[in-house]
Design a protein around this ligand. Structure first.
Ligand code: KG4
Ligand code: ZN
Length: 340
């Protein structure tokens, strides 16, 4: 079965054709992040306007541009939420129009849950169940227990800021420039030498539940930056150390909670998804923690281009959860819950 996935929840306009949920036949992403880079964050109105500009060319490139005719498509999978309403509407209404004109079934997709399916794409070996999945993106930090494709249970998440948001906001405090901030924090952190100059809290690391909290970390960084500026000591070396300690704090908490969940449910696979999964330190810490545990599990970290927003995992999710609904019932849902 060939599924055309369409994704427009934020500042990426993406379309992909995936066969049987695992083989990518095409994967096209246009991004307006260069514009948001200049303003230091996504401006919803501008993101929506850029979606309108890109949507038809991106779908055309993912299909005709890759020698795939619309008649070859069996189903359309469309992100309906969560996300920015203006951006979502562009993809949803385009997908509905295609479904009606081409007489194809259409499946509404939860963007956050779909991130998990980057782990099924172009893999030599597929993940085994039960699995624990950590979805870490700009807007979400969620842990899911997967007993099967049909049974994906939310087991924990952030109580305030998402991990990606913590990276982005800290990057802004450290004046690293641009959006997203995660890659900038990571590359500054890599430059660190010597003993750490700072120590930030690891929020909720010892709590018994599987929830997270990152807003206190941002406040701790702000306090330090204000103090350093007052003392005229906010220089390159301090920024490197602050970036390093921020990355250490975030990745320590993510690693601890994910391993706790993996042990609690005695899983066979640990899956990462979302933009923060591109973080090398997170991957390294998770692998080290897994090696030191008594678990016989495999850690899956998809290549970065499948972790950040694109439509291949939307199409994959649409294959494994192939429950089409009438096109009139497909609606953009900016506040779509991930817990259900
Ligand atoms: O999944 P994604 O592309 O978009 C959302 O659905 O939010 O995730 C974007 C997030 C941003 O917060 C960005 O700073 C973060 O992923 N990110 C990283 C890295 N690359 C992207 N965070 C830490 N380290 C990275 N290397
Ligand atoms: Zn995302």
């Amino acid at each position: 079965m060939k599924v055309l996935g369409i994704e427009t929840s934020c500042d990426e306009t993406a379309a992909a054709v995936v066969e049987n949920g695992i083989t990518i036949l095409s994967n096209v992403v246009a991004s307006s992040s260069d514009i948001h880079n200049k303003t230091g964050g996504v401006i919803p109105e501008i993101a929506a306007r850029e979606q309108i500009k890109y949507i038809i060319p991106v779908i055309d490139k993912a299909t005709a541009g890759n020698g795939i005719s619309f008649t070859d498509i069996d189903c359309i999978a469309i992100t309906v939420g969560p996300g920015l309403i203006g951006s979502l509407l562009v993809g949803v209404e385009t997908a509905k129009t295609l479904a009606v004109l081409l007489n194809k079934p259409i499946v509404p997709i939860n963007h956050v849950r779909a991130h998990i399916y980057a782990n099924w794409l172009n893999q030599p070996a597929l993940p085994e169940f039960p699995a624990i999945a950590l979805v870490v993106s700009g807007g979400h930090t969620e842990l899911f227990l997967m007993q099967s494709h049909e049974e994906i249970i939310w087991v924990g998440g952030t109580l305030d800021d998402a991990a990606g948001e913590a990276f982005d906001k800290t990057a802004r405090l450290l004046e690293l420039g641009g959006y997203p901030g995660g890659p900038a924090i990571a590359s500054y952190a890599d430059k660190k030498h010597g003993t750490s100059l700072f120590r930030f809290p690891r929020p909720m690391i010892a709590s018994k539940d599987l929830n997270f909290s990152f807003s206190g970390l941002k406040a701790a960084v702000l306090r330090e930056v204000v103090k350093l500026k007052k003392e005229n000591q906010f220089g390159e070396n301090e920024i490197i150390h602050l970036a390093h300690e921020t990355q250490e704090a975030i990745t320590d908490v993510l690693t601890k909670k994910t391993l706790s969940a993996a042990e609690k449910f005695n899983v066979k696979s640990i899956l990462l998804g979302g933009g923060v999964a591109a973080n090398k330190r997170l991957k390294q810490k998770l692998q080290d923690a897994l090696n030191q545990s008594s678990l016989h599990a495999v850690l899956y970290v998809p290549p970065t281009q499948f972790c950040t927003d694109n439509a291949s995992y939307i199409a994959s999710y649409g294959y494994f959860h192939n429950s089409p609904i009438d096109f009139t019932a497909v609606q953009a849902k900016p506040d779509l819950e991930v817990e259900v």
